[in-house]
Design a protein around this ligand. Sequence first.
Ligand code: PMP
Length: 399
Amino acid sequence: MKVDSILASRTKFMTASEIRELLKWITSDVISFGGGLPDPSTFPVDEISKVVAYVLEAYPQRALQYGSTEGVAELREELAKFVDSYAGIKARPENVFITVGSQEALELLGRVFIDQGDVIITENPTYIAALQAWRVYQPRLIGIPMDEHGMVVEKLEDTIRKLKAEGAKIKFIYTIPTAQNPSGLTMSQERRKYLLEIAEKYDLLIVEDDPYSYFLFEPIQVTPIKTLDRSGRVIYLSTASKIFAPGFRLGWVIADKEILDWFNLAKQSLNLHTSTFAQYVLLEGLRRNIILKNLPRVKELYRRKRDAMLTALETYMPPGVSWTKPSGGMFIWATVPPHIDTRELLVTAITKYKVAFVPGHGFSVDQSLTNAMRLNFTYPTFEQIEEGIRRLAMAIKSA
Ligand code: PMP
């Protein structure tokens, strides 16, 4: 049967994840900086195993039953306490909404807010899978450049003014302010305040995506933008993926009740609710303080891995290659001379030099970052980091 002819017109905007496509090529002798996986040694396996046994023993009926769309009530209560104690975010349980990882929250944002032609403003580069989730809804994506202090907010107001003059409908500003994916850079506190001021002035929503503030390696004094929000315009996303285990697929949104009511409707038809069992496991994990007990060890490991990659880059890279010095998170963003297209480079890198990365194109709103790449430092071993960067430097020199 010819499926092509019956696809919905929006389906052509669904593009394959560059990262997933790339995984197909990778054989066991390839060192991959391509994925965004946590180091599996960080999973608190013994504690999770005890918690799983406890949940099945203590309340199997509830944990294995259907649940409510917004999430398990006790978990929403516990997360309200967690975001306050960890990040200073004041939220009532009714402001907490549980999702299937933060990725589902990104999809819900698209479903609830984006009409064809609406403007979404993002950092450039930004998280590849957020762009993928939203492209289906056919927005106009506008990228704001970054420097070492995050999004250059000084350029934002001008952009907004021009867009408004054209009659554009701006739906939200998307930012990953702390240890950004893909750059590892952190927005300064001054810029966070300024960003919120601009959003207030032009009455815009801010989506603050925050999976990585748990892994800030430098003593930078920043607070989530959500802590400064007095007018309910910040939608804050976070996730258990990097601090507990991504396999549970658990994320949370902190936002105004009115916004969450729309998310609730959108999620009902998507999947009814997030796994009840997984939610109870996280609930017990939080009650037993497993995450905060485990975090210092994970943070130290990732800091050492970042340093190992920075040292290897310094040692092996030829002149003309530059890279970010991430203040945290899981990634380094590297830039090669403009004549090198990193999509082409990737083919030789994998087939000849046995090393992989994600080309920059997909992280930009207009595919314009053709001479850049994202490198993950959390998943590979220390040996692989050193050897992989050596191989990557050879591939770049050959280009
Ligand atoms: N947002 C950002 C910025 C991310 O880096 C990730 C994970 N790579 C996600 C959202 C989605 O993560 P998850 O669905 O596992 O919570």
